[in-house]
Each structure stands twice: as C-alpha cells, then as structure tokens.
Design a binder for this molecule. Structure first.
Ligand SMILES: Nc1ncnc2c1ncn2[C@@H]1O[C@H](COP(=O)(O)OP(=O)(O)OP(=O)(O)O)[C@@H](O)[C@H]1O
Ligand SMILES: [Mg+2]
Length: 213
C-alpha cells in the first residue's frame, strides 16, 4: 500500500490484501474462522491501516464485513473513516445496544460496516475477554461474513489475547518491515501462551505487503 489510508479495492496496490483475503478465505472454509484480530508487537506497526484496508477489500467481494475498533486505548478508525468516536463498541457493550444501530456504512464502500471504539473507559482491558464482547461477536457472526478487529499491540496490552479467546476468532499478526524479530517472537509467544490461534504473519512495509499464512 502506498501513502493513502484507504486503498481502492480493485487497484494494483490492493493486490497484497486480496491475496491475504484469499488465503484467509481458504482457512475460513476449513476452520470456520469468522473473526480476525489484527494485532502487532508494538505501537505504530500498521495494525489500523492493514485492518481497515483488509476489511475494505473483503467487503468489496463478499457479504457484509464488520470492522470494529477494539483498540480502545488508542482508537483511530473514527478518524480514518471520518465519523464520530461515540457511540461505538464501548457504548454497545455497556448499554446493550443493537450493534447495527451504532455502525456506520458508506455508500461508496459496499458491504463495509464500521463500529468505532466509542466512549472512553477507565479500564479498557476489561472489555476484550468479557462475555458481553463474546455475545456481540456471536451476533455479528450471525449477520456478517467476517468481523475484523483492530486491537492494541501485544507487548503493551493483553487485549488481543482477550479478543482471540472468543470462539471462531483468530489472530493476524502484523510485523513492520523494520520491526525486530525478537519483538515478533515475544508477541507470538505471548499469544501462544494464552492459546490464541494465529492465522499467520503479515509484513507491512510502505508500498508492499507480504505474508506467511
Ligand atoms: N503500508 C503502509 N503504507 C503507507 N503508510 C502506512 C502503511 N502502514 C502504516 N502506514 C502509516 O504508518 C502510521 C502508523 O500506522 P497505523 O496507525 O495503521 O499503525 P498502528 O499499529 O495502528 O498504530 P497505533 O499503535 O498508533 O495504533 C500511519 O501514519 C499510517 O498511515
Ligand atoms: Mg492503531
């Protein structure tokens, strides 16, 4: 991907994301994975950019895709899609709202639905593994082909493990091309200890995206 936040799904720059989608689709078929937690070892690795663009490309060719900003510590999808931060995930969980009432759709972006992070919370770490989050994902899996979750970095917070603890939910690990292998190894270890299922590692670099799925 190049400079722009959001790619045109049919463009050559979206090709690596289409390849990722095909690789994941093969996996969905065999393992019934519906939720993908995009995470990385450290801040700034490109989690939000890759998650948003992956969701965009997936929504272009399949049934509805829900993109959730589950990085409640540093939300960014509301900025990327230019919509209000709240109401969003936190509000849906706290007030037991119908998630579809809080999601945003965009005429130009096909089947993509975006749920922002929502109101701020004193302890965002409590949300990821909560039963309410599990219920929300179950609801979303009933209505959507897939749910894409942006999340905090693994070496900073346990949220990605918590999100991946729900059924039919697996992790896509982003590695920045200039990131350190030992950070990647620590992050993968941390997730493995909590028995999170890891789909594979995506290497993010400006202008390119490669993966080992
Ligand atoms: N493949 C890419 N091509 C061009 N720019 C990119 C790419 N990936 C990320 N960026 C840029 O790098 C910066 C960090 O990316 P992003 O916000 O997606 O990372 P993050 O891991 O979500 O960060 P944070 O820890 O702040 O949540 C952003 O300015 C984004 O536009
Ligand atoms: Mg981010």
């Amino acid at each position: 991907m190049s400079g722009n936040f959001l790619v045109e799904p049919d463009s050559p720059s979206a090709e690596p994301l289409r390849a990722l989608r095909l690789a994941l689709e093969a996996r969905f078929g065999s393992r019934e994975t519906r939720g993908l937690v995009f995470t990385s070892p450290l801040p700034g690795d490109g989690r939000s950019t890759i998650a948003a663009n992956y969701a965009l490309v997936a929504a272009h060719v399949q049934r509805p895709v829900l993109l959730i900003d589950a990085d409640m510590r540093k939300p960014s999808l509301h900025t990327m899609f230019d919509v209000p931060l709240a109401p969003g995930l936190v509000d849906v969980l706290r007030d037991r709202l119908d998630p579809w009432e809080a999601t945003h759709t965009f005429p130009a972006l096909g089947n993509l639905h975006v749920l922002t992070a929502g109101s701020s919370l004193p302890r965002p770490g409590d949300v990821a593994a909560s039963p309410a989050m599990g219920d929300l994902l179950e609801k979303a899996y009933a209505d959507c082909e897939s749910v894409v979750l942006d999340s905090p970095p693994v070496l900073v917070a346990a949220d990605a493990s918590g999100l991946a603890s729900h059924s039919m939910t697996e992790v896509v690990m982003i590695m920045n091309h200039s990131g350190k292998r030992r950070h990647l190894a620590s992050a993968l270890r941390k997730l493995t200890v909590t028995e999170a299922k890891i789909v594979g590692v995506v290497v993010n670099r400006e202008g390119a995206l490669t993966g080992d799925f």
